[in-house]
Unconditional design. Structure first.
Length: 308
């Protein structure tokens, strides 16, 4: 047999993939009654929740995700859609794409059909059922018509239920941003995320234009008396990378740059910003707000420390 490769094992004399690596799945369609291979492969272990994918609804979603690469419309259900933006516990902005899977308009239930994380990663919402998704939503629509679980008629409540119970985030109604009449193009536009914290390990050069770690913090307390919420060391450490167009704004009370957020700033170069970090006090490092989109930093803006 020879030496087995990485991710392979011998079963009854046959070389196959190690179950931990997952089975290789190939996708075919039909063109003029002849099978046509769709480019690319999928490994069954790519999904952390294999039980959820190994259902009729899971396979439907997996096949749809592959067909969307080949021109299938990027929306599971036709009709009106609602885009919902919400904050993740790490500070990034994520978004849901809501649809009416059974009945359109008044009286139709809403569902989350897909969601996007702050880095632009697409995730499909797979209903927890052994049958098909339409059978599942059809039964929920019937129950709603009979007066049960009427919250499914309210997009805000459907979004909160999914965010808090499925994604495990603690989000309040006032933290949601709803856009009715949204198109799939609105959903596929990566959201902007805002973070606040202390920058460390600022590195200039390859393989990135520049990169750094951000120890995210929270500002707590009533307006005018906020303080920095202490976090466990490195618990909220996040990695960021910048581009040639990233803007650096440093506080400069006497500077000529116009006001922003009620504070005067000066725009610095990457080299000036790096020098500023190197000279900063270790006991009270400067605080920054970071604006990122798709994992790349758009702007770094210094903030006044409430405990300064």
């Amino acid at each position: 047999v020879g030496q087995l490769g990485s991710g392979q094992k011998l079963v009854d004399g046959w070389i196959t993939e190690d179950p931990e690596a997952g089975k290789t799945l190939l996708f075919f369609s039909y063109e003029n009654a002849a099978p046509m291979f769709l480019d690319g492969v999928h490994f069954s272990a790519e999904n952390s929740d294999e039980e959820k994918w190994d259902t009729v609804a899971g396979w439907e979603t997996l096949i749809r995700s592959r067909l969307e690469w080949h021109g299938l419309p990027h929306e599971t259900y036709e009709g009106e859609h609602i885009l919902v933006k919400f904050p993740f516990h790490t500070g990034e902005t994520c978004q849901l794409f809501l649809s009416q899977p059974v009945r359109k308009g008044d009286g139709g239930i809403w569902c989350v059909e897909r969601w996007m994380d702050g880095g632009g990663g697409l995730n499909y919402a797979i209903p927890e059922t052994e049958g098909s998704a339409l059978e599942y939503y059809g039964e929920l629509q019937k129950q709603c018509d009979e007066g049960q679980d009427l919250y499914r008629l309210e997009p805000t409540q459907v979004a909160l239920d999914y965010i808090n119970n499925t994604l495990g985030q603690d989000v309040l109604p006032g933290q949601l941003g709803l856009q009715r009449g949204a198109a799939i193009e609105d959903f596929e536009e990566m959201p902007e995320s805002r973070y606040i914290g202390f920058i460390s390990e600022f590195k200039d050069g390859k393989p990135y234009i520049f990169s750094f770690d951000l120890n995210s913090i929270e500002l707590v307390g009533p307006p005018g008396a906020v303080s920095v919420q202490k976090q466990e060391p490195n618990r909220y450490l996040q990695f960021f990378q910048g581009t040639d167009s990233t803007r650096f704004l440093l506080i400069d009370p006497a500077g000529p740059i116009g006001r922003k957020d009620g504070i005067r700033f000066r725009e610095a170069t990457k080299e000036e910003f790096k020098t500023y970090l190197e000279k900063a006090s270790d006991s009270k490092p400067p605080l920054f707000k970071v604006l990122a989109k798709g994992g790349f930093v758009q702007e770094i803006q210094e903030q006044l420390r409430p405990d300064a």
